[in-house]
Design a protein around this ligand. Structure first.
Ligand code: FE2
Length: 254
């Protein structure tokens, strides 16, 4: 019998480095991911999504460290790159684990999930190439699922905060034009290192918190918050709901 609800853990912006002890803005990505994975019970989630910035500097060792944790959780894990990733290194390491997948599509009861690569080499902002936009249009048109969810790294709308909007998806109008008045119900992404949610033309746009460091939502400066987390997505045949699971970093005493 087909499951009535599919539960997914979306983890984003892990920013892994070479060493287990390496810190990013005061937070330890290795410990944070380890703690999240240890607190996930077996069979709790059907899938995991990693929505980009898996590594901080794209080095092979960072993906190997990540893999050493993810090999302990035997659910299918779907990855897309972020602007900090090195796609060649990411693919060459992670493709050695059969449960880790780097592909552009997943389907389950009532839903098609489309994964988009929004990265541009050596740039922080995102862009969808003409070919990617055409492929997206085609995949939406030919989908026979009742609903579509899109997973990407960069945020495809204006947050109103200049420092974020300098590095969002550059051709967001092209993207929004393709998805509006279609079966796309949810666009879920990372990059902004916090949880944001808004509805535009009846489509829900929602980020996942960062597994590494969090950035305060308001204000002109980048202010780091002492917490980390991930988002769970609960898909039923007709709707999707989400929850953020927050953890607070331990205070380090010297
Ligand atoms: Fe990031």
């Amino acid at each position: 019998m087909e499951k009535t609800q599919i539960k997914i853990a979306q983890l984003s912006d892990l920013h892994f480095l070479e060493e287990k002890t390496s810190l990013m803005q005061g937070s330890n990505p290795y410990n944070n991911l380890n703690s999240i994975v240890k607190n996930i019970s077996p069979n709790e989630y059907d899938y995991m999504f990693l929505s980009g910035d898996i590594s901080e500097n794209g080095c092979t060792r960072s993906y190997e460290l990540l893999q050493s944790i993810l090999d302990g959780i035997q659910i299918p894990i779907y990855c897309i790159p972020g602007n900090h990733d090195n796609k060649d290194n990411m693919l060459s390491v992670l493709s050695n684990s059969s449960h880790i997948k780097i592909c552009d599509r997943l389907s389950f009861s009532g839903w098609d999930i489309l994964f988009l690569d929004t990265t541009v080499a050596n740039e922080t902002f995102g862009l969808l190439s003409k070919e990617s936009l055409e492929k997206l249009r085609f995949n939406i048109e030919k989908s026979d699922a009742a609903n579509i969810c899109i997973v990407m790294h960069h945020h495809p709308y204006e947050t109103g905060v200049a420092r974020f909007d300098r590095v969002n998806l550059r051709n967001l109008a092209d993207f929004q034009n393709i998805i509006q008045n279609t079966k796309v119900r949810l666009v879920t992404f990372g990059h902004v290192h916090n949880y944001y949610s808004m509805t535009l033309n009846s489509i829900l746009y929602e980020s996942a918190p960062a597994v590494s460091f969090q950035l305060k939502q308001k204000g002109a400066d980048l202010v780091v918050e002492n917490k980390y987390g991930f988002k769970e997505l609960l898909f039923s045949a007709t709707a999707v709901h989400s929850n953020c699971i927050w953890n607070h970093n331990e205070v380090l005493h010297h």
